[in-house]
Design a protein around this ligand. Structure first.
Ligand code: CMC
Length: 428
C-alpha cells in the first residue's frame, strides 16, 4: 500500500499525495492533508469520486455488474445461502459453520419480541400512515427501551444492539402493516425461520393457523439477501455519518431508514411498480420511453439506471428468475410482468439507454414479486429497510471499531454573500 504518489500542481506549488490500493477496485488518492498543505478543499457534490472510508464488507464493480459480500458473489449467495447465513457473513466476516449458524439463528430468534410498551407508539399514528413513517419512529424509539445496549464503546453492547435490530425489524415492519389494515398484531413464532416468521406476522391472523408457503418463503428470503448490503450507498453513508458523532445504533438506523425512504433510493421499487401499472399495456411502452428520453419531462423510467452499475445489476437477474418461480407456485399471472419484460427489452435496445448505460436495477422486478406475494406497495420500502438493517449494522460496527474513525464533517464551496453589515428594518 502507498508505494506511489499522485502529484497536484496548484497555484504554483507541487504537492504529493499517497495513492492507496485495496484488494479490488480503483486506487484512491489519500487527500486528507490537502487542506492543511494547500488551503484548498476537493469539490465532489454527490460523492461521485470520493471513497469515504475503508471497508471489508462489500465490493461492487459497476462496469462489470459484480457484487461481492466478503468476497462471495451475490448470485451464489442468492442461490445457495440463507438470509441468516448472509447476516452472519456480513457481521462476522465469514460464512458460519453449521454450529455457528445455529447459535446465530437462535440468538436472533430470541430477540424477536418488542417491548410491550412500544405497541402504544403505533396507536399514535394515523391509520393511513406510511409504514416507513412508522418504521422511522419505532426504530428510533428502541433507544428509549434498550438502555442496556447503547454504550457504543462496549463491543458486547454493540453486538447485542445489532442482534436486537436485526431480530426486531420484521416485528416492527409487520406491526406497521397490521396497524394500517386494522388487524391485531401477531406475536413472533420462534419455531419458524426468520422469513417464515415475518410472513406469518404479516399475513397470519390469531383466529387461524398460518401455513408458510415454502416457495414464497424462499423467494422472500432471497429478496432479503439481495438487499442485505450495498457498499457506501446513501442510506449506509447516512448511518455511518450519524454513527460518527457517537449516536446510539437505534438512532443511526432510524436515520438510515429516513434516507432509504426517498424515491431515488429505496422508494424506487414502489415507484417502479406504480409506473408499470400506469403504463398498463405493452402498446403504451413507446410513449413512456419517449417521455423518459425527453429532457423537458421530469419522468424517468423507475427501476432503471444506477449510480454505480453501468451494466446489468446482478441482483436484477436473480429477481427476474424469482418472479417466474413465485408466479408458478402461486399460480398467478400479472399483466405488469409482461409490461416489465417488454419495457426492459425495448429500453435495452434503445440508443438513449445504451449510450447512458442504463440497465434494470434491483427494484425493477422486486415490486412485481412482492405484489404477487400480497404486500401493498407502501410496504416495499419497509421490506428493503428490514433487509438492509443487516448491512447498516455491519457497516456501523466496522466504523466504530476502526481506530481511524473520526466524526464525519464535509466542507463546502461557499457561494453566498461576502460579509456585509446589518441594516435596521426601517432602513431596508
Ligand atoms: N430514466 C431516464 N433517464 C435516466 C434514468 C432513468 N431511469 N436514470 C438516469 N437517466 C439519465 C439522466 O437523465 C442523465 O442524463 P443526462 O446525462 O443527459 O443529464 C443520465 O442518465 C445520468 O443520470 P444521473 O441522474 O446523473 O445519474 P445518477 O447516478 O445521479 O442517478 C439514479 C442514479 C439511480 C438516481 C437514476 O438512474 C434514477 O433516478 N433512476 C430511477 C430511480 C431508481 O430506479 N432508483 C433505484 C436505484 S437502485 C436501488 C438502490 O440502490 O437504492
Amino acid at each position: 500500500m502507498g508505494d506511489t504518489n499522485a502529484t497536484l500542481n496548484a497555484k504554483g506549488d507541487t504537492h504529493d499525495f499517497e495513492i492507496k490500493s485495496g484488494t479490488l477496485g480503483p486506487d484512491v488518492v489519500d487527500i486528507r492533508k490537502l487542506y492543511a498543505n494547500t488551503g484548498m478543499f476537493t469539490y465532489d457534490p454527490g460523492f461521485t469520486s470520493t471513497a469515504s472510508c475503508d471497508s471489508a464488507l462489500t465490493y461492487i464493480d459497476g462496469e462489470e455488474g459484480v457484487l461481492l459480500h466478503r468476497g462471495y458473489p451475490i448470485g451464489q449467495l442468492a442461490e445457495h445461502s440463507s438470509f441468516m447465513e448472509v447476516a452472519h457473513l456480513l457481521l462476522n466476516g465469514d460464512l458460519p459453520s453449521a454450529e455457528e449458524l445455529d447459535d446465530f439463528t437462535y440468538t436472533i430468534t430470541r430477540h424477536t419480541m418488542l417491548h410491550d410498551q412500544l405497541r402504544q407508539f403505533y396507536q399514535g399514528f394515523r391509520r393511513d400512515a406510511h409504514p416507513m413513517a412508522i418504521m422511522c419512529g419505532a426504530v428510533g424509539a428502541l433507544s428509549a427501551f434498550y438502555h442496556d445496549s447503547t454504550d457504543i464503546s462496549d463491543p458486547e453492547h454493540r453486538k447485542i444492539s445489532s442482534h436486537r435490530l436485526i431480530a426486531k425489524m420484521p416485528t416492527i415492519a409487520a406491526m406497521a402493516y397490521k396497524y394500517a389494515i386494522g388487524q391485531p398484531f401477531m406475536q413472533p413464532d420462534n419455531s419458524l425461520s426468520y422469513t417464515g416468521n415475518f410472513l406469518r406476522m404479516t399475513f397470519g391472523v390469531p383466529a387461524e393457523e398460518y401455513e408458510v408457503n415454502p416457495v414464497v418463503e424462499r423467494a422472500l428470503d432471497r429478496i432479503f439477501i439481495l438487499h442485505a448490503d450495498h457498499e457506501q450507498n446513501a442510506s449506509t453513508s447516512t448511518v455511518r455519518l450519524a454513527g460518527s458523532s457517537g449516536a446510539n445504533p437505534f438512532a443511526c438506523i432510524a436515520a438510515g431508514i429516513a434516507c432509504l425512504w426517498g424515491p431515488a433510493h429505496g422508494g424506487a421499487n414502489e415507484a417502479a411498480l406504480n409506473m408499470l401499472h400506469e403504463i398498463g399495456t405493452p402498446d403504451k411502452i413507446p410513449e413512456y420511453i419517449a417521455r423518459a428520453k425527453n429532457k423537458d419531462d421530469p419522468f424517468r423510467l423507475m427501476g432503471f439506471g444506477h449510480r454505480v452499475y453501468k451494466n446489468y445489476d446482478p441482483r436484477a437477474t436473480v429477481m427476474q428468475k424469482t418472479v417466474r418461480e413465485v408466479f408458478e407456485s402461486l399460480n398467478v399471472s400479472d399483466p405488469v410482468f409482461e409490461v416489465a419484460l417488454q419495457l426492459e427489452e425495448m429500453a435495452l435496445n434503445d440508443d438513449y439507454f445504451v449510450e447512458k448505460k442504463l440497465f434494470p436495477n434491483v427494484d425493477f422486478y422486486s415490486g412485481v414479486i412482492l405484489s404477487a406475494i400480497g404486500f401493498p406497495t407502501t410496504m416495499f420500502t419497509a421490506l428493503f429497510a428490514l433487509a438492509r438493517t443487516v448491512g447498516w449494522v455491519a457497516q456501523w460496527n466496522e466504523m466504530i471499531s476502526d481506530p481511524a474513525q473520526r466524526i464525519g464533517r464535509p466542507r463546502q464551496l461557499y457561494t453566498g454573500p461576502a460579509q456585509r453589515d446589518y441594516v435596521p428594518v426601517d432602513k431596508r
